[in-house]
Design a protein. Structure first.
Lengths: 334, 334
């Protein structure tokens, strides 16, 4: 996957922002090439124009231009299951030879048998066991190596392509467009923070320090070979629903002015963003394209968008209709 | 307190870094004007020269130039007690009229009587009670207002000056110097993250998202007036000693190449930094100036520097002798 290249115009704009000169209010919406003209694209470019035009009441200094993005279903696909669960399943299979007891013990037996029904029946407790067995019990460096290997070699079960090619081209353009206009872009995801950090910089142009996610507890240990940070089999923080504004406050310490999500799990993040003073932008990606991606919302077991959709309509937030608003879904489809 | 102004040279250098051109390897050590010539200053400028000179094996890309700074005793003074404890004491006095029971209940009685001996006798449990009573039980916005009011109106008990004037001028210059050379500067402190974030940007030029510290648990709540984040009376994370590398890994997700501390509480942060591959820089500020600041190390009840001093000598880390190496301590003394 190639990084999105920011054009020379954006670069000059960044420089102009640096020296405090004006004249870059002409925003870079030519770069949103995979967005069809329509209300969603206009809402985005209008907002960016407003907050970047100096001398107006809506102007927001660059340091305060914080934009937060959910990951699963907002920056990349999330069907038929969160990709991190697919990672955990792959990892159970990989580790199985060292755990002969898994052949007869749930929830691991279900994973090895490919019995998603039995896995679901093991409930939160079962899923947690799978997560801990696959995400804990090693150092942070070892875990990053495992994820790096998985993300480069594994393929999506039905699309048969690397997960990093199942990111949304229009959102890559949006991330680059916001950064070209002086925004700092963050991921705020229910997914694992140390998993996303392995590829977020290459795939999204988002450095590790701008990735916020769920985490397990870790511990510093001085070994004879040097210090390590161990990943413990214990949940530290769940960065989902009401956890998202908590995570934003903890990691960023200031309120975003723009928030992007796709499910009810993002609702509190959007509410928290919207409730700040001054211009605010909230956007939901609505999965409406069963042909090119997936179509789901109020009844979905993953990425359920129900209360959020109602609130978006009530509050006038922007709702992207993937089928209507995006000319391309994945980068490879251009 | 005025922010340190970065000169036009640094700005052009930042621009040059932005467009990927070379020629800015001539580092800005003229800006370290409060540092006397000697081994500490040379060690700093030599390191920065090495990691910023393109085409050499020691060159480090700007994105990886992460520098972490302890706060208490490293960026500002910490005697006769951590300034945050002095805040808590001031706050107990301020809140006392609403808590008549405190007049007869420890540890609050000790605080109100100014009896530091009795307060110390209440131990960790007592201190924790004081911290929770003064730091919890309100929203994050309310807490920020309380801190903002305190930091602008309160005075140090013996120096009789604002705490924000008791920051170290040479460290302000060092922060600006590193940033001018493409470093991202972070605070990694045992102090409260939400307390420091109120003034870190104005005083140190460090934005909230680059402040890491100890925290209490928080909770999102939707009220009829809108969403708030409540501060709960429960410890979330202690960012001290072995907690510092854990905090760095959690918040930054990559290992710093330079670390600055003053006590044994910073030792694991320096060890974690030093253990990375490639060029590394570790520095201890040694409080040796009883006349202009305070002199203390191995036996001090605050900012004890004992094991760290031994390890610094063993590993060849830089040790700043405040008396010898700094021509000015506080900005007002210039």
């Amino acid at each position: 996957m190639q990084r999105v290249i920011i054009g020379a115009g954006a670069l000059m704009c960044a420089f102009t922002a640096l020296i405090g000169a004006t004249g870059c209010a002409a925003t870079q919406h030519d770069s949103l090439t995979s967005w069809n003209d329509g209300p969603a694209k206009s809402a985005i470019t209008d907002f960016v124009q407003r907050v970047t035009t100096e001398g107006t009441t809506d102007f927001v200094p660059s340091a305060e231009r914080i934009a937060v993005f959910d990951n699963d279903g907002t920056l990349w696909s999330e069907q038929p299951a969160y990709f991190q669960l697919l990672f955990a399943i792959d990892r159970v299979k990989q580790l199985a030879p060292q755990h002969p007891e898994w052949r007869t013990t749930q929830p691991f037996k279900a994973v090895l048998d490919g019995d998603m029904h039995a896995l679901a029946e093991s409930g939160k407790k079962g899923l947690l066991e799978v997560v801990m067995a696959t995400h804990g019990g090693m150092t942070t460096d070892e875990f990053a190596d495992v994820v790096r290997d998985w993300i480069t070699t594994s393929r999506h079960p039905s699309a048969h392509r690397p997960y990093t090619e199942m990111v949304f081209q229009p959102m890559l353009e949006l991330l680059a467009y916001l950064r070209a206009n002086g925004f700092k872009t963050y991921i705020v995801s229910g997914g694992g923070i140390e998993l996303m950090r392995v590829f977020a910089e290459d795939v999204y142009g988002i450095p590790p320090e701008q990735v916020i996610g769920s985490s397990i507890k870790t511990e510093f240990e001085m070994r004879s070979t040097g210090p390590v940070i161990k990943r413990l089999p214990e949940i530290d923080f769940i960065d989902d629903k009401a956890g998202k504004p908590v995570g934003i406050n903890k990691f960023i310490g200031r309120r975003p002015i723009a928030a992007f999500g796709n499910s009810d799990g993002d609702l509190q993040m959007l509410q928290w963003t919207a409730a700040g003073e001054g211009p605010r932008f909230c956007l939901y990606v609505h999965h409406t394209d069963a042909k090119r991606e997936w179509a789901y919302d109020r009844e979905s077991h993953i990425g359920k968008l129900d209360k959020g959709l109602d609130e978006a309509h009530r509050k006038g937030w922007t709702v992207v209709d993937m089928k209507r608003d995006w000319s391309v879904i994945y980068p490879g489809d251009r």
